[in-house]
Design a protein around this ligand. Structure first.
Ligand code: 4AD
Ligand code: MG
Length: 477
């Protein structure tokens, strides 16, 4: 490559003398100092223009957002804030950015504003740092599983089954919405649709991953999933990425141990490989915390929180123990929770999860053995006939980051559950076949990728850690 990337240039300056670099102008100060950035690193390259020699018309075009090419000599910088700079010989404007209309100016923009400019926001320091960390985390995820001998599999995006049974799916159809064909009962006749049946975008690759675990042993998926839940929160997306490992011969304890090791590995990876981006986000996080009222501030800094998670064993707590803790907790007794915990069997809300993690245990928590009533059909029934071998991992500031379970491998028990829940067993014939032929204990979990990125970057809204967020009433770009 003729033009070195800034990441390489700034890392190994001794290899460079006269350089030609390309990038976008972050700022242009005093008609003299260009802060150039090409996205490869958070660091800018300072380029010093001799404005007495420079053409005035050209100087006018060096605006924030413009793409330029610079050639010059790389030297040690005398100024503060950078170790190197380029003494500019020549400048070529590659693409102008009119300062009167270019939306990303060198000042503080709100994240809400930037979401409306999602096609340009990656040119900001914060979003570019987040996206580099997102990329590093993706790589770390593959590295973790590949080194452990897991096979990466691709499960379908279009599916006929609702894995989670929550009915929050986006339909995939080519039927004319104005005049769909109907059957004798007056209902839409999906036999005439593209696939000859009703199909949706997948909410999880788990069911298909289970089939592959029972042939390849240990597998994982890492793909997009879709949920049409009308949740306008800072932790929900309608389209998000999920990592779903599925392991033959794993019981729930093995599943928990793997999930914990996995999360720690990915966080450790970014501590080791993303130090500059993390240092910046650490500052940003601290600044944001300062603007909050004292009692709402995070007790730890961002990097401190990441290290804390890596260094401490996650607490393992049964649902039943958790309910006792919550029932007797101050916010429950003083009726401070929006949803009061009254009896065993109620589903936990995010406020309860966060109380357990942030106030009670002050550590990530793995909750297991949930009531069967509030969990999906495929989870293995315990001997008490009331609880299932489910596990959720709860994180500070996030709530649930992982959901998983040991799967029901006994055909008769599974069939009974499916019937009780009124699920269409015919649709699941292939899933039930797994329990007919060579069925074994097996387990798996799903990690919500954006929730991991949210935690790792200290951002406060999930919409700012995915390039183009899809949320209710919003699918621009
Ligand atoms: O708990 P969930 O629904 O579990 C499953 O889908 C299982 N089939 C996974 C498995 O066992 N293979 O979702 C798993 C994780 C959640 O813990 C959460 O981190 C994330 O996916 N998640 C979402 N992330 C962003 N936006 C949403 N709307 C999400 N819904 C779930
Ligand atoms: Mg869940």
């Amino acid at each position: 490559m003729k033009y070195p990337q800034l990441a390489e240039l700034l890392n190994q300056p001794q290899k460079h003398n006269t350089v030609v670099v390309r990038g976008w102008v972050r700022t242009f100060r005093a008609n003299r100092f260009i802060a150039l950035n090409d996205g490869s690193t958070i660091e800018n390259l300072q380029c010093v223009v001799d404005f007495e020699k420079a053409d005035e018309n050209l100087l006018k075009k060096i605006n924030t957002g413009a793409a330029i090419e610079i050639s010059g000599k790389l030297v040690k910088s005398m100024g503060k804030g950078q170790s190197l700079e380029v003494l500019v010989d020549s400048i070529t404007i590659l693409g102008e950015a009119d300062p009167d209309i270019y939306p990303i100016q060198p000042k503080k923009h709100s994240f809400e504003f930037l979401r409306e400019k999602a096609h340009l926001r990656v040119r900001t320091v914060t979003i570019s740092a987040v996206m580099r960390i997102r990329s590093a985390l993706s790589f770390a995820i593959h590295q973790f599983f590949q080194e452990k001998g897991f096979y990466y599999i691709h499960t379908p995006i279009i599916t006929g089954s609702d894995a989670e049974g929550a009915g929050e799916m986006f339909r995939v159809s080519v039927l004319d919405p104005k005049k769909p064909p109907t059957g004798p009962d007056g209902r839409v006749d999906f036999k005439q649709d593209f696939f000859g049946k009703e199909t949706n975008l997948t909410v999880s690759g788990q069911l298909e991953a289970e089939t592959y675990a029972q042939g390849l042993g240990n597998v994982y998926t890492f793909g997009p999933t879709f949920r049409a839940e009308n949740s306008n929160t800072s932790r929900h997306l309608a389209e998000f990425w999920m990592i779903e490992p599925e392991m033959a011969f794993y019981e729930l304890e093995d599943n928990m141990a793997l999930a914990e090791e996995f999360i720690k590995f990915t966080l450790d990876y970014i501590l080791k490989n993303c130090d500059k981006d993390l240092a910046f986000l650490n500052h940003r996080f601290a600044d944001e915390e300062k603007s909050k009222p004292q009692n709402q501030r995070s007790a730890m800094g961002l990097v401190e929180k990441i290290k804390f998670v890596i260094e401490n064993k996650f607490k393992r707590v049964s649902y039943t123990e958790a309910i006792d803790i919550l029932k007797n907790s101050k916010p429950n007794k003083k009726k401070k929770f929006d949803y009061l915990i009254e009896e065993w069997g109620t589903d936990l809300q995010s406020e309860h999860e966060r109380y357990l993690v942030e106030k009670h245990f002050k550590a990530p928590v793995i909750l297991f053995d949930y009531p069967a009533k509030i969990k999906a059909f495929y989870m293995r029934m315990n001997e008490d006939q009331k609880t299932v071998r489910a596990m959720d991992i709860l994180f500070p500031g996030i709530g649930e980051i992982v959901g998983g379970s040991q799967r029901e491998e006994r055909l008769d028990v599974l069939e009974k559950r499916i019937e009780e829940l009124g699920i269409d067993a015919e649709e699941l014939w292939w899933y039930l076949d797994l329990r007919r032929y060579g069925s074994v204990p097996h387990s798996g979990f799903g990690l919500g990728f954006e929730r991991l990125v949210l935690f790792a970057t200290g951002m406060s809204n999930i919409r700012d850690v995915i390039p183009f967020p899809r949320t209710p009433q919003n699918a621009t770009f």
